[in-house]
Write a protein that binds this ligand. Structure first.
Ligand code: ARG
Length: 401
């Protein structure tokens, strides 16, 4: 008896997921492996990947064009929630996992598979996100993770595959572990494992080194409707085009790099480098527009929600009841978050220099120090008397005055 009969395997075309095909069949007695490659705007040609899977023994090789859903259904809610894990990482890799889990489950249900599989190892966050996502969407499916158990080095995995006639063209393999999609790149391992070592310039692809950025600032205006970005410099763009264009525009000013030590779900600290130019600037701009359109108490309360929201995305709980409940709060706050934010891009900085909204609750006649001031100055004294009363009584008592 094998571990499963028919498996849908998340497939990237890389060494690990390719070796998973013969491994599932020969070691774990799986009768049929269907591969699924998801296009999330990572820029890989998926046709050769599709063919490769069939050559390596897959009975069916599926390709899912999921970039639009990735942006609309996963990235956009995260922008509305201003999510930055540990105040820095905009979750560009993490957001892709629940979507891939959903695609795997849908394919498994369509093809009558009894299991889904992925190529994650035992030390990362992604295994948690896949397993939990799959579990939440279809608790009856088994989840197989060969690379979590096989204990093979990369070389051993390659030799294992070669036994079954798999070919691994000797391309100079990267010394890093890299994950990429439309939202960004995550780079770890190799010399980056030493937290004191500066990342070499060669690891970056979406962002320019400051030395190579323009010597003149560039101004852009991002428009939002209901908390979602819709325009750049007044031009209406569909979600994928908007992210694509913004990545290019801000990346060339060297904006969007993060070098951080983060706390993984499995308890390990790891050093990760990220590039996520568009996503970071959109969160920055969105949060600013909220400061113009939301009341102070909602904004403050939302900060706590945002923190929880970011943590649960990082920790694989996208399809959890807590996430759904927080969505209720976040969506309720977004309707009036419409308007424009003006940003100056220069030498690695995206500085917000202006914002406007038809829903602005900034009241110039209250804020002004000029002659047309409408603020009731007499009200301040009484307000402060009452506001400070508990503190005053406390002070009288404790100081004996
Ligand atoms: N640390 C990031 C996360 O958990 C990225 C994980 C994948 N990174 C990689 N370099 N393969 O979301």
């Amino acid at each position: 008896m094998g571990r499963a009969d028919k498996v849908v395997l998340a497939y990237s075309g890389g060494v690990d997921t390719t070796v998973c095909i013969p491994y599932l069949k020969n070691e774990w007695g799986v009768k049929e492996v269907i591969t699924l490659a998801a296009d999330l705007g990572q820029g890989d040609e998926l046709e050769p990947i599709k063919e490769k899977a069939l050559k390596c023994g897959a009975s069916e090789s599926l390709v899912a064009d999921a970039t639009e859903s990735f942006v609309k259904d996963y990235a956009f809610p995260a922008i509305q929630a201003n999510t930055l894990y540990e105040n820095r990482y905009p979750l560009s890799t993490a957001l892709a996992r629940p979507l891939i889990a959903k695609l795997l489950v849908e394919a498994a249900e369509k093809y009558g598979a009894d299991a889904v599989a992925h190529g994650c190892t035992a030390k990362g966050n992604d295994q948690v996100r896949f397993d939990l996502g799959i579990m939440a969407l279809n608790p009856n499916l088994k989840v197989l993770a060969p690379a979590r158990e096989w204990n093979m080095s990369r070389e051993e995995a390659i030799s294992y595959g070669e036994q079954f006639g798999l070919e691994f063209p000797v391309k100079k393999s990267s010394p890093y572990s890299i994950d990429r999609n439309l939202l960004g790149r995550s780079i770890e391992a190799g010399i980056l494992e030493d937290p004191m070592t500066e990342p070499p310039e060669e690891i970056y692809l979406m962002t320019k080194a400051i030395a190579d950025t323009p010597d003149e600032p560039e101004y852009i205006t991002i428009g939002f409707e209901g908390g979602l970005p819709t325009t750049i410099n007044g031009e209406k763009l569909d979600p994928v085009a908007l992210i694509t264009q913004l990545n290019e525009t801000v990346g060339k000013h060297g904006i969007g790099r993060i070098d951080m030590l983060e706390n993984r779900v499995v308890g390990i600290k790891s050093r990760e480098i990220y590039e996520a130019p568009a996503l970071l600037v959109l969160i920055h701009a969105h949060r600013d527009l909220e400061s113009l359109t939301l009341t102070g108490d909602v904004t403050q309360y939302k900060r706590g929600i945002e923190q929880s929201y970011g943590e649960l995305i990082y920790q694989g709980l996208w399809y959890s009841p807590l996430k759904a409940a927080l969505d209720g709060f976040i969506q309720q706050t977004q309707e009036r978050v419409s308007g424009e934010v003006r940003i100056k891009l220069f030498k690695g900085n995206a500085t917000i220099v202006g914002r406007q909204s038809d829903n602005s609750i900034y009241a110039p006649d209250l804020a002004t120090y000029g002659a047309d001031d409408k603020f009731d100055h007499k009200a301040a004294e009484g307000f402060i008397y009452i506001w400070g009363l508990p503190t005053k009584v406390w002070s009288q008592k404790t100081r004996g005055m």
